[in-house]
Design a protein around this ligand. Structure first.
Ligand SMILES: [Zn+2]
Length: 279
């Protein structure tokens, strides 16, 4: 059976590892800012799961707490919004501070997620300051902000900041897809194996691998069209040299690997199979 991969924030393997390490040392603290570009609320849910998880390696993704948090139905993980007002009103935040003093329903902690801190003005943040500073130990606060400067220095100074990394350069990704296609084209098995080993060492996620394989398939599909019509441009023309038969076989194989990326199969296992089947 394929080894189950640890839960991660989509596209954030490094940050996921850092949060996991802190959680396993019980060092996540009572408040954190999740900042930068990316899915901040997914990062907050991951952190909430790390805070409440009862499994061994937190967040395990499979204990009842983790599962409820990921399905967004955990009664002790509260997303603070105020649909009736443009900004989150002071009344809503007073409700949060009152609720924070009540023990959790079933979790080890109670976690309040603020999905967009640009909606918290300074008056609102001042209402929260006291409970963030010295509220009950069971209460934790996760602030999502593209730019953490929207939070008051008094809150920032009491809070760990976890930064999401900017999305990878598209050019670099295209480069990798092109490189993979070239390696398939030249058909040198050891070089393809080395390329796959390098991807594994770089801790590529299943999602990133899926994107790489989809980009490669697009490139080879263009090459197949060029091989059939004698028309095309760029790398497709060169790759058309592989011939229609081989190209359609590789396009089909890549399709199978892309589908496998949707299942819980270890990335290492997939890369190993790729190196064998595509050379
Ligand atoms: Zn868990």
């Amino acid at each position: 059976m394929a080894q189950q991969e640890p839960l991660t924030i989509p596209g954030e393997p490094r940050l996921s590892r850092r949060i996991r390490e802190a959680a396993n040392r019980d060092a996540l603290g009572r408040a954190a800012i999740l900042s930068g570009q990316g899915d901040l609320t997914a990062a907050a849910r991951f952190t909430a799961a790390a805070l409440l998880c009862r499994g061994g390696d937190k967040p395990c993704g499979v204990c009842p707490d983790c599962r409820k948090i990921l399905r967004e139905v955990h009664p002790d993980v509260i997303t603070v919004t105020d649909p009736d007002h443009k900004n989150v009103s002071v009344d809503v935040l007073r409700g949060v501070t009152a609720d924070a003093s009540v023990l959790p329903n079933e979790g080890r902690r109670k976690v309040y997620i603020f999905p967009d801190c640009s909606l918290l003005d300074s008056k609102a943040q001042n209402v929260l300051l006291k409970v963030v500073e010295d509220g009950p130990a069971h209460a934790a606060f996760l602030f999502c902000a593209a730019n953490s400067a929207v939070l008051l220095p008094t809150i920032r100074s009491r809070t760990a900041e976890w930064k999401l990394s900017p999305p990878p350069e598209t050019a670099a990704e295209d480069g990798q897809a092109r490189q993979l296609c070239e390696l398939i084209y030249t058909g040198k098995a050891p070089e393809l194996a080395a390329f796959c080993a390098e991807l594994e060492n770089s801790k590529i996620t299943r999602e990133e691998l899926k994107k790489l394989l989809s980009d490669s398939r697009d490139l080879l599909t263009a090459a197949l069209a060029a091989a059939c019509t004698g028309q095309g441009d760029g790398p497709a023309v060169r790759l058309a040299g592989m011939g229609k038969y081989r190209l359609s076989s590789i396009v089909e194989k890549l399709g199978a690997f892309i589908r496998q990326c949707n299942y819980n199969i270890g990335v290492g296992h997939l890369l190993g199979a790729l190196a064998v089947e595509l050379s």
